[in-house]
Design a protein around this ligand. Structure first.
Ligand code: NAP
Length: 544
């Protein structure tokens, strides 16, 4: 159905919808299904990529794999769906996750309502019509009463502005915009900048193929072995038989994971016993390492015991003492930055074709036609891999021109950092909902768990508005004030803000406000708060 948008500046006929979803990753797919199939709304999803998958569509770099275990990294809204899908490995790889999301999209016939290759450039709220007018890069217009951004937290690639990049004679790639046809590293001198979760996954795979890999490390990072393995048939059967119990655990844990944090305290455990516990956790592998002790993320002293254990492990694995010292010279508490897990990352530095360059003491100055240059040396390269992360959480929202009531721009409202209520709604932006944005547990939680909670909450909210004959929901400014204070307060009670250079704080992007962005109070508490708000008649929102 088409009609002419109410914005006089635009003349193209706009597609009229009840709801518009931006993004077709985990979040957008489920939100589309909820609104279309449960609520019976007319809904369309606009997606910049040529297929579903979101972060997994773009991040095709070598070694890309999820750090959540597969039995917890899927949708849980449908018991049938959980019975129909079987993961093949302990951690699902990028290609398998893409197969899964395509399976889900086809299973629920979602693709017919997704418009691919369509990047949203602006979304303006028209108060008189109570509609969001949305424009795309190709000049198409859409108008919808409800706008839901499912744009992900880590979808705006950060390529540092090194002078001279355009003069580089070789090829360069950002891991989050990886070519679909892959990159052949055979006989190539490869430089990789960045040692976050991505670089740590990619390095061993690139090193196995390239003539030489030079890793440029600014901040040394912890990592624990992932322990990835193909799943045995009996474990796959166990997951099918116990899917409901596993789901219940993921909804009952701080981080939405299928494991519980131990109640014991590191500081009350004798050192020899503590060592055995860490050793067993290291052998078991994975993000569970940080669940070894209850106090690990609350007490610096307790955290030091974990940090010290991992640093000793690094020094025992890496044979060259200078490289080992650089890799283990870590300046922040364990897991205060998102903790990576790996497959033979530290072992990779024992290969003769791998070298590590410290760009903390001597930073990268520029890129020359030949390669990467620091103040001390030029490193000749054929390929540069930027594993340099993302303008996280706010970046995907702010790169669209979003304007609320009276034409107020989100860029201005968020100039000092993200400001919203429950991570769900922004004052002055009625009927705009954000999924797993700043102010919600999002990146501190196993994503599908956080996504299902948000999409369900938003769907229930829209159903409530319709049932009551209401047109609009909008966060009250004072609720935003309180929520921003709450997000800061809960973060300050953890060790997370001690990592001064983390993307959680926006510190990886020059000029970005330093604000701790995700809600660190845990998914369980967050779910309770959201439910209480509903129980009190959408307390903190204006419903009109
Ligand atoms: P990241 O954690 O932000 O790491 C970026 C790396 O690039 C850091 O080592 C950073 O150094 C370095 N860097 C950035 N700018 C630089 C510059 N100008 N000069 C030198 N080095 C520079 O990004 P990421 O590794 O892509 O990971 C981002 C997030 O994505 C993760 O934290 C995680 O949440 C998610 N992720 C998940 C998975 C998974 O589940 N499997 C895999 C990959 C990523 P500094 O530390 O000094 O800034």
């Amino acid at each position: 159905m088409t009609n002419v948008t109410t914005d006089p500046a635009k003349t193209t006929p706009a597609t009229t919808l009840d709801a518009l979803v931006i993004g077709a990753g985990f979040a957008g797919l489920y939100q589309l299904m909820c609104l279309r199939d449960r609520l019976g709304l007319s809904v369309k999803t606009l997606e910049a990529g040529a297929g579903v998958g979101g972060t997994w569509y773009w991040n095709r770099y070598p070694g890309a794999r999820c750090d959540s275990e597969s039995h917890a990294y899927w949708y849980t809204f449908s018991p049938e769906l959980m019975r129909e899908w079987t993961w093949s490995e302990r951690y699902p790889g990028q290609a398998e996750i893409m197969r899964y999301l395509n399976f889900v999209a086809d299973r629920f016939d979602l693709k017919r309502d997704i418009q691919f290759n369509t990047r949203v450039t602006s979304a303006h709220y028209d108060a008189a019509a109570n509609r969001w007018n949305v424009r795309t890069e190709t000049g198409e217009s859409f108008t919808a009463k409800y706008l839901i951004t499912a744009v992900g937290c880590l979808s705006t690639a950060n390529v540092p502005k090194f002078p001279g990049l355009e003069s580089f004679q070789g090829k360069w790639y950002h891991t989050g915009q990886w070519p679909h046809e892959g990159v052949d590293f055979t006989d190539k001198r490869v430089g990789m900048i960045g040692t976050g979760s991505t670089g740590i996954q990619a390095a061993p795979v690139i090193a196995a193929q390239a003539a030489h890999l030079t890793v440029f490390q600014r901040t040394a990072n912890y990592s624990v072995p992932a322990g990835n393995v193909p799943l045995a048939p009996d474990f796959q059967q166990y997951v099918r038989d116990h899917a409901a119990e596993i789901r219940a655990v993921t909804r009952d844990t701080l981080n939405g994971m299928a494991f519980r944090i131990e109640t014991r305290l590191a500081m009350e455990t004798p050192p020899e016993e503590r060592e055995k516990i860490y050793e067993a956790a290291w052998e078991r592998g994975g993000l569970q390492f940080r669940a070894s002790f209850q106090d690990m993320m609350a007490s610096k002293e307790a955290n030091d015991t974990a940090a010290d254990f991992i640093k000793r492990k690094i020094r025992s694995i890496v044979t060259d003492p200078k490289t080992a010292a650089l890799l283990s010279d870590i300046d922040h508490p364990y897991a205060a930055k998102r903790p990576p897990i790996d497959t033979h990352y530290f072992e990779t530095y024992n290969r003769p074709n791998v070298s590590l360059v410290d760009v903390k003491s001597v930073p990268i100055s520029h890129i020359s036609p030949n390669g990467v240059c620091t103040g001390e040396a030029e490193y000749p390269l054929d390929i540069i891999v930027f594993a340099t992360g993302f303008d996280a959480m706010t970046g995907p929202m702010l790169r669209m021109d979003i304007r609320g009531r009276d034409g107020v721009a989100l860029q201005d409202v968020w100039a000092g950092g993200p400001r919203n209520y429950l991570g769900l709604q922004i004052a002055g932006f009625p009927n705009l909902f954000t999924i797993t944005g700043p102010g919600s547990p999002s990146v501190l939680c196993n994503m599908p768990v956080a996504i299902e909670q948000h999409a369900d909450w938003i769907s229930d909210c829209i159903a409530h508005l319709r049932a009551k004959g209401l047109e609009r929901i909008e966060a009250k400014p004072e609720s935003v004030e309180k929520w921003v204070a709450e997000v800061n307060d809960v973060a300050s009670k953890t060790l997370l803000p001690l990592a001064k250079h983390s993307w959680y704080l926006g510190a990886n992007i020059p000029g970005k406000p330093r604000v701790f962005m995700p809600y660190a109070g845990g998914m369980v508490r967050y779910r309770e708060i959201c439910d209480e708000v509903v129980a009190h008649g959408y307390e903190g929102f204006i419903l009109a």
